[in-house]
Design a protein around this ligand. Structure first.
Ligand code: NAP
Length: 354
């Protein structure tokens, strides 16, 4: 199907069904790889599938990479975008600009051949996959031959030359987390980070450590005290304590608080990639504190009714993936911390990284 003759800056002309919604809410998009007059056509090299989405796909495919590839192909063929119907989340892509529609060419700072990372979700990005080259099961990275369309309203970042592409892909997908931490955390504060040893969790801890200063406290929670991320967080001094715990296990979380969070947290950042950790986040936070739910597995009802049920007056923030300058802040978080850059390069910098 071809795109309509009236391209909308928000991409509504690409919506196939249901009529009248924006691309993110659509069930199906037209991913025809032709740039309309105010669109950018990109050759896609790799997808960073959202962690909650990738985890769900891996689970239904019993961890079999071939089945994961089939699943991703079928999903994108069905919906014209990588929009996981179970988790509702997507991810982002890196690729090369192939063509810029004439209405955008004069006003955007891109040229054909520029290498970019999309900073809008795959849940609203028309995506066409010809074939999947390979999948890194450890990181949720999917290398493809395919195309994507960016709308006039879509945001992107030119890939930096001083950071490996695979690291940019990993970091820019979660760029909202360190940017929001820098905004929310005050000097001297106590910060709890759930899912601390993943991509967004490590970036959040690094930012929090700097923001709280010597009189503040950062506590990480995650399933494995011996994971690469947990060891790095301790070695780098980004956490004052790391608690090995399943954050869905509320009694276990509560049992840890007297030791590591005696006064509870001023700010709690939820970076887990599984459902069921809303109450732990709320209980870790003091009255009048703030919970930032970056996790895509967050349930509004579980958070709202959970807080009410335990009588906690906390401010709960939906993890808007966009914050002003978030890409620059996320990359600066790495550049200003050579040890953190090394960690990301080692862990996420290549196809074989684990
Ligand atoms: P990630 O690198 O996979 O990290 C997820 C972390 O959660 C891992 O450290 C994981 O530990 C931990 N975890 C899993 N189950 C846990 C449990 N039961 N208790 C405690 N920790 C647990 O993921 P990411 O890329 O940082 O993304 C984190 C979350 O942010 C995901 O939900 C993702 O969907 C979401 N996200 C949101 C936005 C946004 O715009 N708001 C953008 C991108 C991603 P193990 O590795 O040991 O299992």
């Amino acid at each position: 199907m071809r795109v309509s003759a009236s391209p909308c800056p928000l991409g509504t002309h690409r919506v196939i069904e249901p009529a009248g919604v924006l691309p993110q809410a659509a069930w199906k998009l037209d991913a025809t790889p032709v740039a309309h007059e105010n669109e950018i056509l990109c050759d896609v090299e790799a997808l960073n599938v959202d962690s909650a989405s990738f985890r769900q796909i891996v689970e239904v495919c019993d961890g079999d990479p071939a089945r994961v590839a089939e699943h991703v192909l079928a999903l994108v063929a069905q919906r014209g975008k990588h929009h996981n119907s179970v988790t509702g989340s997507g991810g982002m892509f890196i690729g090369t600009v192939r063509e810029i529609g004439p209405a955008l060419a004069a006003i955007c700072d891109l040229r054909p051949g520029d290498r970019i990372a999309s900073l809008v979700s795959l849940t609203l990005t028309p995506l066409h996959i010809e074939h999947i080259e390979r999948i890194d099961m450890a990181t949720g990275r999917v290398w493809i031959t395919g195309t994507a369309i960016l709308f006039a309203s879509s945001i992107y970042a030119k890939l930096p030359s001083d950071v490996p592409d695979a690291v940019s892909l990993a970091v820019l997908d979660v760029a909202g987390a360190p940017a929001q931490v820098a905004r929310l955390v005050q000097p001297g504060a106590t910060v709890a980070v759930l899912g601390a040893d993943g991509k967004s969790g490590v970036l959040a801890c690094a930012q929090a450590r700097t923001r709280v200063g010597p009189s503040g406290r950062v506590v990480g929670f995650g399933p494995d005290a011996d994971s690469a991320g947990a060891r790095f967080l301790r070695d780098a001094g980004y956490v004052d304590a790391f608690v090995a715990v399943d954050c869905r296990d509320v009694p276990a979380m509560l049992a840890s608080f007297p030791d590591v969070l005696p006064m509870l947290a001023d700010v709690t950042i939820n970076c887990v990639n599984c459902a069921g950790t809303e109450l732990s986040s709320i209980l870790a936070t003091k009255d009048d504190g703030t919970v930032y739910f970056f996790s895509m597995s967050t349930s509004f009802t579980a958070a709202a009714l959970g807080a009410e049920g335990v009588g906690k007056d906390v401010t709960m923030i939906v993890g808007n993936g966009y914050a002003k300058n978030h890409a620059a802040i996320a990359l600066a978080t790495l550049r200003e911390r050579p040890a953190l850059m090394d960690y990301f390069v080692t862990r996420y910098g290549s196809a074989a990284a684990h």
